[in-house]
Design a protein around this ligand. Structure first.
Ligand code: NAP
Length: 323
């Protein structure tokens, strides 16, 4: 099988296409012939070495989610999975491959009318957006700001907030063209990356979903309404300033909350149930999978170059030639 490995931490060029023997599932695992492979901001961070202290290491197959058909089941796994079209998280074994070996615990069956490409585009991003909004205790009628809305997680967060009856759904993004696309997904106010540019935008927000972090995080935190909640789910612009905690405490009279959220803290069963529901919603046309582009697996380097260049709206999907 073809697979794409991180040969060393660095730029997109460190991604190497390699030939490996087809893997076989161990106990509790299944093997999937992949039809579509998700590419996300997390993959870039792992490739670059930014997450080196989170267990990511050179020499591993990159990627965290795939969709395709179960071709082999390991010991102890229900044989009814064989031949089924599924989506799965790949964990450490990686997803940029023609044949992925995954834990049977993460399998979610695909609705008949949901494509594998749409499944990996929604997949973990939709699940993270869903649980992050829940973590923020978002309620109907509240105002929401999605910071970093043009990415995989953001385009779904906007749709979920709008669908759940948010009073306003503001977004930050880097261009007016992206803003227009986000409006079609449910955004009501479009701000630039610094949070400027929409005179009619709410002065404060009940909920801020932050995918960006970085130096500007405190200035966005300051835009919370009293009792407002900011949930940080990503670090696209790096870590916040060292004195962010001091600023938060100094603003205590507004009873604002700052929380981080990682899907890793959600039990596997809940992740599967939520993902299955989100897939069903997409298959009914209630959620849109925003596919920026499909590229052959062998062009993973190009996919990462496009991410580095900030070209991607939604998600890029890799497709193996074996499918
Ligand atoms: N919490 C979890 O469980 C979980 C799970 C998976 C991933 N993640 C994290 O989520 C992040 C990736 O999310 P994603 O896949 O949605 O990312 P993404 O698709 O790469 O997009 C993020 C968006 O943020 C904006 N952005 C990028 N760099 C920026 C910067 N320096 N300043 C301001 N805006 C910037 C870009 O939009 P514009 O150009 O339009 O501004 C981009 O489209 C990573 O940090 C990853 O670690 C978290």
């Amino acid at each position: 099988m073809k697979a794409v490995m991180v040969s060393a931490f660095g730029g997109p060029e460190v991604l190497a296409v390699v030939d490996l023997p087809d893997p076989h599932p161990a106990a509790g695992q299944v093997s999937i012939t992949t039809e579509a492979i998700g590419v996300g901001g997390l993959d870039s961070l792992i490739r670059s070495g930014a997450l080196a202290n989170h267990g990511a290491a050179p020499g591993r197959i990159l990627g965290s989610e795939v969709a395709g058909t179960v071709t082999e089941v390991g010991e102890g796994v229900d044989t009814a999975w064989a031949g089924r079209r599924v989506w799965a998280l790949t964990g450490e074994s990686g997803g940029y491959t023609e044949q992925a070996v995954v834990s049977a615990e993460t399998l979610v069956p695909l609705p008949a009318d949901l494509s594998a490409v749409d499944a990996v585009t929604l997949g973990s991003s939709a699940m993270v957006a869903h649980f992050a909004l829940r973590h923020a205790h978002f309620a109907r009628g509240e105002s929401v700001l999605v910071r970093g809305a043009a990415g995989g997680i953001g385009v779904i967060a906007v749709q979920l907030a709008a669908r759940a009856g948010a009073g306003a759904v503001a977004v930050t993004t880097s261009s007016a063209e992206r803003g227009a696309r986000l409006r079609k997904l449910g955004a009501t106010h479009v701000l630039d990356r610094a949070g400027r540019g929409a005179q009619d935008a709410p002065a404060g927000y009940d909920v801020i979903l932050d995918i960006v972090a970085g130096a500007d995080l405190p200035s966005f935190f300051a835009r919370l309404e009293p009792n407002g909640r900011m949930v940080a789910v990503g670090v696209m612009a790096g870590t916040p300033p060292a004195d962010f905690g001091m600023e938060m405490v100094a603003a205590f009279r507004k009873s604002m909350s700052f929380a981080t959220f990682s899907a890793d803290t959600v039990p596997a069963l809940e992740q599967r149930a939520a993902t299955a529901e989100l897939f069903t919603a997409a298959s009914r046309g209630e959620l849109v999978a925003v596919v920026h582009e499909e590229l052959p697996l062998e062009q993973a380097v190009v996919a990462h170059q496009k991410m580095e260049a900030g070209e991607v709206f939604g998600r890029i999907v890799l497709t193996p030639s074996r499918r």
